[in-house]
Write a protein that binds this ligand. Structure first.
Ligand code: SF4
Length: 688
């Protein structure tokens, strides 16, 4: 399956996995770490083993077409002809929105850009969204509301080394991106997490709120900041707007009241306020634990309000930021694969944005569709009377990663036509009518934007296996079959990037001054980069925030709790997350023996007393049930876990899918599902 693979040369590149985008050197498939600011020469286990997948025997090297219920090899021409023919027929019969597109936060900037253009121009559909909706959408929405622009970290990661205190809310970088921790060595850590994670173990202060009550905790600390005289009044007066409305709410959340809701001692809330306020340089950072709630945007907003009250954002050496998750989680949300967005981080309902982008694309602005459904809503609508009848998936494995995943599987089975582009037969690809085998990270050139808004070049280091094509090739081939002029959908990354620069010009995420030559020379370019002689913007908001009046916004938010509470039938709460050895749906890392050896299957962390109460012991197989489904998982007893909580990693397929349990209740602003808390029951698996 790997014939035709040949070494091009050893190259300096970046890890294929998370948003830290550690620098590495790739020599054939051998990985070695390389000095780069974000990782300082370090790699985690995933990075060290990432080369193995390039020659993995499970690589797909020929298109597959379903015939008589079975996926069978086909030629590229036959496969692409079939896809184009079926999509054209569905569009002709049911309209453009009968075809939907689903992208991913791991796609390069070029792929994310061309995918959005393909959907809007070649298919004319509004029905496009991506898995970043499950990942960073709440942080993005809250950042836009507060600052007028959303860049995960609006400062370089290396700035964190100068911090005295860092508050990490819902972030576990000790497992998700271990090399990141080197930047926090000099700081006292305040960690907000209901679990005593590897990161919490290193904290000066670990605050463990009841799941789904983080917003109340942020209000309690804000209350303590103000009540104990720590409010940065001059900063609030000069650089912000809206504090009075926020204080009207926070004034009622005194720490003792917050303690009753969250379980976090009032004294600890005051200690956190004092630590932050007493620091010369401090940061507040959030991640998925804060964002993946039906109140995710409000919860991130509550932490931003705290940071603003302390005068941190837009001050050199201090700040607020969100730790992006997926490899191109930042760039993936800037170039138009989101339902509500056009390239340059522009809104799709903004007439000026539509004119600009349509001009670059060479089509009339009125031909561009409007906003479409968000990811969860799109998946839920598949195959329904008014929903899409075909779905094209690029860079995503929704059968494992979407909430209420048994329902997602049903919806995928209900569509007339499912196409998946991937490099292995993921759980989603296995359901497809057509599977298109595509290149991996090291087999193509492309750019990504890391968690600090720095644009990086991932260079081709190795030829792809014979029979494999790039995603850009696939989109170009389909577009021409759908009647688009060849020059409108180029297949080479450099041409796509040149067009992306023009489309982003003048937008919030302006890449117009970024060139492949500048990236290859190693320039550290953080967007916006509005001209080729512009040095980039490593630190945003130092003089003004991105709202027209230059002020940041306090946004009033109040605690309402999770969408679902425990009851007699489902008396516990479950939360989900990652482990060090696996990445996202596990489609890649579950194929690496060294990683699978360490964590071979799904497990459920349970407090020993809770386990005993439910007749379970370490190593037993447990049945975890929620209102949406049930998951089978191996019991791990963890004495530091709250007795009312269980934890499952979400990397595993089949009956071990944590997302069989999760609640698709959506945040009203970001449309983020509530992955981080749902009510469950626990029992011993009969016969196990
Ligand atoms: Fe670095 Fe993340 Fe890759 Fe680990 S997974 S090596 S932390 S980029």
């Amino acid at each position: 399956m790997t014939q035709g693979t040949a070494v091009v040369t050893a190259v300096d590149t970046h890890c294929p996995y998370c948003a830290l985008q550690c620098g590495m050197r790739l020599d054939a498939t051998r990985v070695s770490p390389r000095e780069f600011p974000v990782n300082g020469g370090g790699l985690c286990q995933k990075g060290w083993t990432s080369g193995e997948l390039l020659r993995h025997p499970s690589r797909l090297t020929t298109p597959l077409v379903r015939v008589d219920g079975e996926l069978r090899p086909a030629s590229w021409d036959d496969a692409l002809d079939l896809v184009a023919r079926r999509l054209a027929a569905l569009r002709a019969e049911h309209g453009a929105d009968s075809v939907a597109v689903f992208g991913g936060g791991g796609l390069t900037n070029e792929k994310a850009y061309l995918l959005g253009k393909f959907a809007r121009v070649a298919l004319g559909t509004s029905q496009i969204d991506y898995n970043g909706r499950f990942c960073m959408s709440s942080a993005a929405a809250a950042g836009l509301r507060a600052f007028g622009a959303d860049r995960g970290l609006p400062f370089p990661v290396t700035d964190l080394a100068g911090a005295d205190v860092v508050l990490l809310a819902g972030a576990n970088p000790a497992e998700t991106m271990p090399p990141f921790l080197q930047h926090l060595r000099g700081a006292e850590l305040i960690v907000v997490d209901p679990r005593r994670t590897a990161t919490a173990e290193q904290a000066a202060l670990h605050l463990a709120p009841a799941p789904g009550t983080d917003l109340a905790l942020a209000l309690g600390i804000l209350h303590a900041v103000v009540a104990d005289g720590h409010l940065r009044q001059s900063y609030v007066d000069e650089r912000t707007a809206g504090f009075a409305e926020v204080w009207r709410i926070a004034a009622a959340w005194w720490p003792e009241r917050v303690e009753r809701v969250t379980g976090v001692a009032a004294a600890d809330q005051r200690a956190a306020a004092a630590l932050l306020a007493g620091a010369r340089n401090a940061y507040v950072l959030t991640a998925r634990g804060t964002e993946q709630h039906a109140t995710g945007t409000a919860t991130v907003g509550a932490w931003i309000n705290l940071a603003l009250a302390l005068g941190l954002p837009g001050r050199e050496g201090s700040g607020f930021g969100c730790l992006t998750g997926q490899g191109n989680g930042q760039g993936g949300r800037e170039h138009g694969q989101k339902a509500d967005q056009l390239p340059g981080y522009r809104r799709i309902d903004d007439p000026a944005a539509r004119e600009h982008v349509a001009g670059v694309w060479g089509v009339p602005a009125e031909s561009l569709p409007g906003p479409g459904r968000s990811a969860t809503e799109l998946l839920d609508a598949l195959g329904r009377e008014d929903g899409p009848r075909a779905l094209l998936v690029f860079g995503s494995n929704v059968v494992v990663s979407a909430p209420r995943s048994s329902g997602v599987q049903d919806r995928l089975s209900a569509v007339d036509f499912l196409v998946v582009a991937d490099f292995v037969l993921s759980e989603t690809a296995a359901l497809a009518d057509v599977v298109l085998p595509v290149t991996q990270w090291a087999e193509e050139d492309g750019t990504l934007t890391n968690l600090e808004g720095r644009i990086l070049m991932r260079r081709k280091a190795i030829d792809a296996p014979a029979g494999v094509r790039t995603d850009l090739d696939v989109l170009s081939g389909l577009a021409s079959r759908l009647g688009q002029p060849a020059e409108r959908f180029p297949a080479d990354a450099a041409s796509v990037f040149t067009e992306l620069r023009a489309a982003s010009k003048g937008g919030v995420a302006d890449y117009s001054g970024v060139t492949y030559e500048r990236l290859r020379s190693g320039e550290a370019l953080h967007w916006p980069v509005p001209a080729e002689d512009h040095p980039g913007t490593p630190r945003m908001f130092l003089d003004r925030f991105a709202h027209p009046d230059g002020r940041a916004r306090f946004v009033p938010v109040d605690h309402s709790g999770p969408a679902e509470s425990p009851d007699a039938e489902f008396p516990l709460q479950a939360t989900t997350g990652r482990v060090l050895q696996h990445y996202q749906s596990g489609a890649q890392t579950r194929r690496i023996p060294e990683l699978l050896d360490v964590v071979p299957e799904v497990f459920v962390e349970v407090h020993p007393d809770t386990a005993t109460r439910h007749g379970l012991a370490e190593g037993d197989l447990a049945l975890v049930r929620s209102r949406r489904g049930e998951t089978t998982a191996r019991v791990r007893c963890v004495g530091t876990l709250r007795p009312d909580l269980v934890f499952l990693p979400f990397h595993f397929p089949g009956a071990g899918r944590a997302n069989l349990l999760t609640n698709p209740a959506l945040d009203p602003v970001s449309r983020m599902p509530e992955f981080k808390v749902c009510a469950v029951s626990l029992s011993r698996l009969e016969g196990a």
